[in-house]
Design a protein. Structure first.
Length: 109
């Protein structure tokens, strides 16, 4: 994922969460908001309850790889915040991929 496609600041995170729409399932919570940038941006949040820094970064890398694969199939201009729930620790990468892509597509409609 390129640096321009990353939501970094706390103000951006808070703005998307407060004013954006929300889609949820057992493993993820996704907030999204329309943007006028011309490209989509993603912010990933994995809480401290998930595990130590090594585990949290491992799951962030998995989510980033899913996003990189999925982004090639479409282009829209939205900002996304993806929050991982602790129940996602018990699923495989393929199940994680299916659930995340399903939520992202659900948000397109």
């Amino acid at each position: 994922m390129k640096k321009k496609n990353i939501v970094k600041t706390k103000e951006e995170f808070d703005n998307i969460i407060k004013t954006g729409l929300c889609k949820k399932n057992k493993y993820f919570v996704i907030y999204y908001k329309e943007s006028n940038k011309g490209y989509d941006c993603f912010g990933i949040s994995v809480g401290k309850k998930i595990g130590n820094a090594v585990i949290r970064n491992k799951y962030k890398r998995k989510i980033r790889s899913i996003i990189d694969i999925y982004r090639k199939s479409y282009v829209n201009s939205r900002d996304y915040i993806i929050i991982l729930r602790s129940s996602a620790l018990s699923i495989t990468f393929d199940e994680m991929k299916e659930n995340l892509i399903f939520l992202l597509r659900k948000g397109e409609k």
